[in-house]
Design a protein around this ligand. Structure first.
Ligand code: N01
Length: 549
């Protein structure tokens, strides 16, 4: 057991969540470090985001061959994905297999949410309470809650009065929903809606899409996995994972130094068309670097994408509504589609702009807009996203030193060091938390890096006999500033996105992910640890310095 100054605890660590992060964290704590750990998971099974997001068409936007763990090398060889982009069922099957193969379920308490976690400064122990009224103690409290797990349903007036069926894409019924013969309304046009709309459109009698902000959407071009390509990748996995760990975004995609403004019109058109035809994130994360910094460069790609919408959507008025007008390309998470724009060519699908004419209220029979127009539905789907990044953590009453509530400390936005720990919250780690690359990367790559870094920290604490670790306020302030400066140098801060907290009324407008890129961020973490944990303090040294300052 690491450290030597704590009283008896129920577990060395409590972990919240049994998705990719929680499963690997449990494996590492228990099987690599020999510690005791308890995972609390609110669902009835493992899967995290994939446990809840079972809406029609739910799929990963990361290629399946890199949307998995690399730590289990045999499993990399044994597991074969069926499609280029794995669907929610297949990802769940994969994670269930991982849990079984590594005997993880025995340390997971399902159908249990963590309600509070309180740090006892005398004993250096976290007391964790669940919604079932259980209370356990642990030295380490580790959040594996995910960045997009706290679903957001706007507080529309009359929301409970609707007499039809109501669904949210973020917690879809396990048994599925049959929309056959129904009039369906869907609110939202983010990544979830973009995947769900083409499928619901095929099933429903009528589908009305309420769009507040048009999105830049690029084709996924999903295909069945090619056996030859799969075999070649399996043979090359060591090198692939090495590249991913050093990459920009955890994908085998690299920004080109050549800018959109460095090309002739013909050259740019040709290159963009090639990326568009290729599908996936290449046109976003494997394209011109200047589109993230210069509006003029970004506009070149926007023009290209506007043309693709105009040529796909038959009705020019609908096409114009679907063309984004208020934000640059690539600074809002761009969804991948399979038949999204084509769905608007169907007779039974209509698009309603709720930016110029917002939803006034939900009625017994459907939706009323501010101009008084009424829409009647049998079913209403909220594809209205998440209180991202800070939301899931802020739902838990987390009290650190001096009883300070984390959500109060974060009132003006998250404050962390390396997106991993927050000053005043010893031994609390946030896997892919705010201010780490997390959502700007292929998540399994970032999750593995964080879990492995936390494992290293806990092991090193054992070796130096430290009971606690936490960042200094100075290191945290500098990280928050650096995070903000990185974002402000780009176009990311110019758009109303969930990256900025702009989708939740009243949420502080702060860019939450970290833009230093996966490879450099990993090096930064390793260097911090190599330099005797620069920016961290052990055994309360930071709080003692703080008290005398
Ligand atoms: O949520 P979103 P999502 N009135 O926040 C609208 C990941 N993901 O669940 O843009 C009317 O993107 C809102 O409008 P606006 C991925 O990272 C991954 O779709 O705020 N409309 C928007 O259109 C993604 O980015 C995958 O103006 C309202 C929509 O609801 C993230 O999850 C698949 C409204 C919400 O879109 C979130 O995606 C799915 C209101 N009051 C998701 N409030 C894959 O990897 C909100 N909206 C495949």
């Amino acid at each position: 057991m690491a450290g030597n100054e704590t009283s008896t605890v129920d577990f060395d660590a409590v972990v919240v969540g049994a998705g990719f992060s929680g499963l690997y964290m449990l494996k590492s704590l228990r099987d690599f470090l020999g510690l005791s750990a308890r995972v609390y998971e609110s669902g009835t099974g493992v899967g995290g985001t994939w446990y809840w997001n079972r809406y029609p068409g739910a799929k990963s936007d990361s290629d399946s061959y890199i949307y998995c763990f690399s730590f289990d090398k045999e499993l990399l060889q044994e597991w074969t994905w069926s499609e280029k982009y794995p669907g929610h069922k297949e990802i769940r099957a994969y994670l269930e297999h991982v849990a079984e193969r590594h005997d993880l379920n025995r340390d997971i308490e399902f159908e249990t949410s963590v309600a509070s976690a309180t740090f006892d400064e005398d004993a250096n122990v976290w007391t964790v309470e669940t919604d079932k009224g259980d209370s356990v103690t642990a030295r380490f409290f580790i959040s594996a809650v995910g960045a997009l797990s706290s679903s957001n349903t706007p507080k529309f007036e009359g929301i409970d009065s609707f007499r039809g069926e109501t669904y949210h894409t973020g917690h879809w019924p396990h048994e599925g929903v049959d929309f056959t013969g129904k009039r369906v309304g869907i609110i939202g046009t983010g990544a979830s809606a973009v995947q769900a709309i083409p499928i619901i459109a095929e099933e429903a009698d009528e589908l009305t899409v309420f769009q507040r902000t048009a999105n830049y959407i690029v084709p996924a071009r999903n295909t069945p996995a090619d056996p030859e390509e799969t075999a070649a990748r399996k043979a090359d996995y060591e090198a692939i994972w090495e590249r991913l760990r050093e990459s920009n975004f955890g994908f085998e995609l690299y920004l080109e130094e050549k800018g959109a403004l460095d090309c002739s019109d013909e050259e740019r058109e040709r290159e963009l068309m090639e990326r568009w035809e290729d599908g996936g994130f290449r046109i976003w994360l494997g394209s011109y670097v200047d589109i993230f910094f210069t509006d003029e460069a970004n506009a070149k790609v926007r023009e290209f994408l506007h043309e693709r919408i105009r040529e796909t959507v038959d009705d020019p008025e609908t096409a114009e509504k679907l063309i984004p007008k208020d934000h640059p390309f690539g600074v809002k998470r761009n969804p991948l589609d399979t038949g999204y724009y084509e769905a608007f060519n169907r007779e039974n699908v209509s698009l309603v702009d709720v930016k110029s004419n917002p939803v006034a209220r939900i009625t017994e029979s459907g939706v009323r807009l501010e101009d008084g127009s009424e829409y009647e539905f049998d079913a209403l789907v909220y594809a209205t996203g998440f209180d991202a990044m800070t939301g899931p953590l802020n739902k838990i009453d987390i009290r650190g030193r001096n009883g300070e509530l984390l959500r109060e400390k974060w009132e003006m936005g998250p404050r962390t060091y390396l997106g991993l720990m927050s000053a005043g919250y010893p031994n609390l780690f946030t896997i892919t938390g705010p201010q780490s690359p997390s959502v700007l990367s292929n998540m399994p790559v970032s999750i593995e890096q964080h879990v492995e870094f936390i494992t290293r920290i806990v092991r090193d604490m054992g070796e130096r006999g430290a009971a606690t670790i936490e960042p200094t306020r100075e290191a945290e302030d500098a990280w928050v500033e650096e995070n903000q400066a990185l974002a402000e140098a780009t176009l990311f801060t110019s758009a109303d996105t969930w990256y900025m907290g702009a989708n939740i009324p009243g949420k502080p407008r702060v860019f939450m992910p970290n833009l230093s890129f996966v490879g450099p961020y990993r090096k930064r973490c390793d260097t911090v640890a190599d330099n005797d944990y620069e920016g961290f303090a052990f055994d309360g040294a930071a709080s003692r310095e703080g008290a005398t300052a």
